[in-house]
Design a binder for this molecule. Structure first.
Ligand SMILES: [Zn+2]
Length: 466
């Protein structure tokens, strides 16, 4: 479905500066906004949005294959269950997934993401090799499965191939469960060169994800980041950091420093970086990390699901830190729910309310949406920073006729209800990416086919993995 008019009117739209009335949006054939004009009359016959227009949310952290076992780790296995027992099942799936299954899972997942308000995604992609651990004849086989899934569903993509070399701090050799992840630094740089034209051919962005300090030794981290930036000086770098207290303790034992402290002292962290989780930081680390301009990649529902801990959003924002949200393990796939969980975590720890608001935007859902879109766009290194000229024409239209939103006093109250009171995606009418409607009246064109493909792949994996 291709639209040719390239104009849409919205009675209310959330621009980077805040809510505006009677906004006319225009975009070009490449899907870039060329005009965003508040206070413009809507001539009869011009397409009109069915409700308030929100900027599309970039999903800054995803491991697509993990959607296939969401819901399967919610029982007590050991006396004290933890992140590490969840990782055992994750490794079973990671060890078994085929290229066809990965493509089917990602296609289903990306349809779910679009229907839930995400218009682009950063794939932190770490399964590279065949099931036996040997490289595929085409080394980019699994990356291409993700590129095809993104192209088919229409979601924007930042592809972040993961560098993974060791099983722990101090160069611990990788274990059997990690056989599909392992690459030398040179081999990773060769993969990036192979992927660069494939990504740019479909408007995807290419970056690099050193998995974590426990999986990438210092010399490799230095060489890989330098090699990436020699290829593309603005390419994004994402790293898992300080997600678990066990990781903090192991890093202290190895180096005498905490993970964020070590990273800031040994890597050129700046605005191109996304620090994924960064859950366990000292007050000094919050200050120092925020000052680098890096984005904190927060994944509130996954962090809750895995029992990671709670990021101190107040300390981060007070230090000027930027942030965005990701659905990470995909226990939940819903942009509004990530925002709700983020704010609720802060309320539960501080026993206060309405914390992630700002002087300009006292309504929490408005402030959070704008900050998460800006941070998510920065981490994606794509022009997806909201409803402004030069940015991609990505947006979400709330359904003003949804029973949940009807009769509310204005667009801001509708967004608040969408984030804090709704049964989520039901309040979303349409989702557009690069000036094309990908979701209409709540459904993606590929909804049935893509979700049944995901279910089939999951069934196969459950049968094949003992
Ligand atoms: Zn992750």
């Amino acid at each position: 479905m291709t639209v040719t008019s390239h104009t849409l009117h919205a009675a209310d739209a959330l621009l980077p500066t805040g809510w505006a009335r009677d906004v006319r949006l225009q975009w070009d054939a490449t899907g870039r906004l060329t005009d965003v004009a508040p206070g413009t009359a809507c001539p009869p016959g011009t397409p009109r949005a069915a409700g308030p227009l929100l900027p599309g949310m970039p999903n800054l952290h995803s491991h697509a294959f993990q959607r296939a076992f969401a819901g399967l780790t919610e029982y007590r296995g050991a006396a004290q269950d933890s992140f590490w027992s969840w990782r055992t099942l994750m490794y079973r799936f990671a060890g078994a997934v085929t290229p066809q299954q990965l493509e089917a899972i990602a296609t289903g997942l990306y349809v779910e993401m679009l229907e839930a308000g995400y218009t682009s995604v950063c794939e932190f992609h770490y399964i590279h090799h065949g099931i036996d651990g040997k490289p595929y004849a085409d080394d980019a086989t699994l990356s291409q499965a993700l590129l095809r899934a993104a192209a088919r569903t229409g979601i924007g993509l930042t592809l972040l191939p993961v560098l993974y070399q060791t099983a722990g701090f101090g160069g611990l050799p990788p274990n059997e469960g990690q056989r599909r992840f392992i690459r030398s630094t040179d081999n990773m740089l060769a993969l990036l060169e192979r992927l660069a034209p494939l990504c740019s051919a479909q408007g995807a962005r290419l970056g690099l994800a050193p998995h974590s300090l426990r999986a990438v030794p210092p010399e490799s981290l230095r060489e890989a980041v330098a090699g990436l930036h020699a290829l593309d000086a603005q390419a994004p770098v994402h790293i898992h950091i300080a997600e678990q207290t066990g990781e903090v303790e192991a890093c202290l034992a190895w180096s005498g420093q905490r993970p964020v402290q070590w990273l800031l002292d040994h890597a050129p962290v700046d605005a191109r970086w996304c620090l994924v989780h960064a859950t366990h930081m000292t007050p000094d680390e919050y200050q120092r990390a925020a000052r680098t301009g890096a984005v904190a990649g927060l994944c509130p529902t996954t962090e809750a699901n895995l029992g990671d801990g709670i990021f101190d959003t107040q300390a981060w924002r007070a230090a000027g830190g930027r942030w965005g949200v990701g659905s990470d393990s995909h226990a939940t796939v819903n942009a509004a729910e990530e925002l709700q969980m983020l704010e609720y975590g802060q309320r539960l720890t501080t026993r206060q309310r309405n914390l992630i608001a700002s002087a300009d935007h006292p309504a929490v859902a408005t402030a959070m949406t704008l900050e998460a879109v800006a941070g998510g766009a920065q981490a994606s290194a794509r022009a997806v920073a909201g409803l402004a000229v030069g940015q991609q024409a990505d947006w979400v239209v709330l359904d003003a006729n949804d029973p949940l939103l009807q009769g509310l006093p204005g667009a801001e109250a509708m967004l608040s209800a969408h984030v804090f009171a709704s049964h989520r995606r039901s309040a979303i009418a349409d989702v557009w990416v690069a000036g094309q409607p990908r979701v209409r009246t709540g459904r993606h064109d590929l909804h049935d086919e893509a979700l049944s493909g995901l279910a089939t792949a999951r069934r196969q994996l459950l049968t094949d993995t003992p």
